[in-house]
Design a protein. Sequence first.
Length: 208
Amino acid sequence: MKKIILLSLLIIIAGTAHADNPEILLNQFMNKITGSYSSYEQAAADSYYIDLHLNVKEIWKTEDSSRWLLLQTSFSSDTLYPYKNQLFHLYPYALNLIRIDIYSISEKKAFFKTVDSSLAFDTTFLEYVSISANCELYLNHIKSTFAAYSKSDKCPNNLRGASYANTDIELDGDELYIWERGYNSKDEQVWGPLNGGYIFKKLFKRKK
């Protein structure tokens, strides 16, 4: 009986250690989030939201445990020409925690010459991007959900009269939730959805 109890405890401990390992969690997150998404269902149910298309892909091959993601947002009617490109650097940070650094892209044409999933990581791209100071997110894993929420007013943003911006991200199964919004110096929201973020459903290619 004691052997059975001891074995059960070891299995539980091993399972917990596996789940809390930030490198393993990062790999799981990357495998789940890459792909294409659409907000069609949300836009069809609520005219406040726009039918948008997301393309999330990993770029570059790094020698360390960090990963790079490129998120491209376009109107679903014109997916060939994204109107927004976002660059994220993700790496294991602490127990059950992944840090996400956000980069802005200054020279898009030059930058995209360096973007390819088959390319080895090199510092050339740094000429065309800059890290968004104080805008980092910390991605946590709770049950089946990966989630990161802004908790401060420290991420500077000057879009449409804003002083700072907040971002919330949740990934649960094949559903990606993103809520980006900006606030002015009086903490009044000046851009972004008021009542909640966009809900994107993952698109799957039909088997031939």
